[in-house]
Write a protein that binds this ligand. Structure first.
Ligand SMILES: OC[C@H]1O[C@H](O[C@H]2O[C@H](CO)[C@@H](O)[C@H](O)[C@H]2O)[C@H](O)[C@@H](O)[C@@H]1O
Length: 611
């Protein structure tokens, strides 16, 4: 049964796709050439779905880290006879743009692995089992000088290997003893059908790709990362993770690079996150404003405008998520041949939420446009018209029930968060009216904004709960109400907000003090089973407390959540309330967004307190 702890994985990215590497040197997840392509290594979801491991033959302990300011991973194996280091990267190509923001433009679609003996001597073993199409195919493998030719179904790969490998059906393996100073370079290269064939690379060429990749990440980090404040390294690292979830060719940003890592072990809450949600991606752009100066804001708004293809207006709500190249149809299906991580089935690809009605997206997108307006140097007529259409659509749609931020699979409702985000949409559109050349719309936008506000204050508050709640007329708490002060709907020290923050801190948390999105008892979200606590929501609590001036409590909550980052600073979506293990897709943009924004809010609150 596949079941290496989720926290045992580290992320590699070339800003086209991502790989996950276990603590023991096995690449257990790689989809290529795009984030949402079928996997070639899928052991994350099933033992037989493919992997590539490099590790010592005998007993070892392992430590690992990212090379400074990069997403290049170094795993060090300590053995009784010596020390072996394996350095792994998805090659990003040179970062030649004068502002360093061409990360991934020249990516060769190549996974590179360098093995070096740092001390004594170590026998290592390599095992290579690619399984295209999510594990369906055992490829044909043949030896060629300097490596292996690997073909099967839609995939044609070349493995460059300096050591001889033995091929069995669909697998290759080999062993070699390295002495101090010995170095070997491996590369897995994917061809593009009909264009450039994959090829074998020399040791020097692979070493160069590795060097260039390290330099490219460092150039990007140096030019983009200015955040100074508490938890600086974690914030910068989170910025790199978010950058690593960006799809360079289009400017899209995925919610996470995995599918079907479950929200509860053995449960059915398993979703494919390898898509660009309007919500998640807008939040990512905003968090990058804090952590990494998003030079790519223009690309993102061009992506959104293109993906929506102008089909937004009062009669055509904005689709809530897209494929990384702007695809609309993301129909969900199950992969029955995969057992799932720790038997968490079904494994899904595609996402049934793609055609849900979620009216918060207008607020998230206009919120990001407002924050980043100065960064969108090329705000052309198409982008302007798109943003105006979003606000006009919010005026009409804000009165409708929807599926909400949590994408509940039941009846649409009047979710409080959705209404608040419609208020944000109009509030920010009014602020941007000059740049949007839409001053004539301001009276209509203002009237609608004020009407939503009144409705939320009246129907979103529950006297019995003593808090703002999940939807109009309910008494159920929902952590998304923590966003009300964060987006400026009400001041954080308003008595109603303080009561809501306290209610969530007291009644929507587990024994560890981590926050649930909402209570799942009774199948209120249309799904069976329960789920873990949600890291983004815990960071929201820290952020709301900071906004309310409760800086010490904010710091405590922040540190409680950040402590769940694994040894290489990565967070999944949720935490198992029973075991404290990370759960859900990994690494998830939401959680890193929450970390960055909460750190920033605490920094600001400390400054205010010091004045
Ligand atoms: O809980 C049911 C829903 O769970 C997923 O949605 C969550 O992830 C999205 C991507 O990060 C996020 O935008 C959303 O707010 C989260 O609730 C899943 O993608 C949905 O299909 C599912 O209905």
């Amino acid at each position: 049964m596949s079941g290496v702890p989720i926290a045992d994985h580290a992320l590699l990215s070339d800003c086209h796709t991502a790989a996950l590497v276990t603590r023991h040197g096995s690449v257990d997840w790689l989809c290529c050439p795009r984030f949402d392509s079928p996997s070639v290594f899928g052991r994350l979801l099933d033992d037989d779905a493919g992997h590539w491991s490099i590790r010592p033959l005998g007993p070892f302990t392992a430590t690992r880290r990212y090379l400074d300011q990069t997403l290049v991973l170094e795993t060090t194996f300590h053995t009784p006879t010596g020390t072996l280091a394996v350095t792994d990267a998805m090659a990003v190509g040179p970062n030649e743009h004068p502002h360093g923001h061409s990360l991934g433009v020249g990516a060769p679609h190549m996974l590179v692995r360098a093995v070096s003996c740092r001390d004594g001597e170590v026998s290592m073993r390599l095992r290579f089992e690619p399984r295209a199409e999510y594990g369906l195919l055992r490829p044909l493998m043949s030896q060629v000088p300097g490596g292996l030719n690997v073909r099967g179904g839609p995939e044609w790969l070349m493995l460059s290997s300096p050591m001889p490998l033995t091929c069995a059906t669909g697998s290759a393996y080999g062993e070699v003893t390295l002495r101090v100073g010995d170095e070997l370079f491996f590369a897995l290269h994917r061809s593009t059908w009909g264009l450039e064939p994959a090829r074998i690379w020399s040791q020097e060429e692979i070493a160069d790709w590795m060097t260039v990749t390290v330099q490219a990440w460092r150039a990007w980090s140096k030019l983009h990362q200015n955040y100074e404040g508490p938890w600086r390294e974690l914030v910068h690292h989170s910025g790199r993770v978010l950058q690593g979830l960006t799809f360079r060719p289009s400017g899209a940003i995925v919610a996470a690079p995995t599918t079907s890592l479950p929200e509860s072990v053995g449960g059915e809450r398993n979703w494919d996150y390898r898509f660009a949600w309007v919500r998640d991606a807008s939040f990512t752009m905003e968090a990058l404003w804090v952590a990494a100066c998003p030079d790519e804001a223009g690309d993102f708004f061009t992506f959104m405008t293109t993906a929506a293809a102008g089909a937004v207006g009062p009669d055509a709500p904005l689709q809530i998520m897209f494929g990384v190249n702007g695809e609309h149809d993301l129909t969900e299906r199950v992969l029955p041949h995969l057992r799932g991580w720790r038997d968490s089935r079904p494994v899904r690809v595609g996402n049934g939420a793609w055609n849900q009605h979620q009216i918060d997206v207008y607020g998230e997108l206009l919120g990001a446009a407002h924050l980043l307006a100065d960064k969108i140097s090329d705000m052309d007529d198409d982008i302007r018209a798109f943003l105006v259409a979003l606000a006009d659509t919010a005026v009409v749609r804000c009165r409708e029930p929807d599926h909400g931020i949590w994408e509940v699979r039941g009846e649409p409702r009047h979710f409080v968060y959705s209404k608040v985000m419609c208020w944000v949409a109009l509030d920010r559109a009014i602020a941007l009216a000059g740049r949007l050349q839409a001053q004539d719309r301001v009276p209509a936008w203002s009237a609608a904004r004020d009407e939503i506000r009144e409705r939320v204050l009246r129907d979103g508050w529950s006297a019995s709960a003593g808090a703002f709640t999940q939807y109009f007329g309910s008494a159920d708490l929902d952590a998304s109400c923590l966003m009300m002060p964060i987006v400026g709907f009400l001041p954080a020290d308003d008595p109603r907000m303080l009561a809501t923050i306290d209610a969530i801190a007291d009644r929507l948390t587990d024994e560890r003090g981590l926050v649930y999105r909402y209570r799942t008892e009774g199948g209120v979200d249309g799904l069976a089973g329960d789920e873990g606590t949600f890291l983004l929501c815990t960071f929201w609590l820290a952020q709301a407390l900071a906004e309310a001036g409760r800086v010490n409590r904010a710091t405590e909550v922040f540190e409680r959540a950040a402590a769940y980052a694994n040894d290489v600073g990565l967070l999944a979506e949720e935490v198992d309330p029973h075991t404290g293990e990370l759960l859900g897709n990994f690494p998830q943009a939401f959680s890193h967004i929450g970390l960055i924004n909460a750190a920033w809010a605490i920094t600001q609150a400390r400054h205010r307190a010091a004045l």
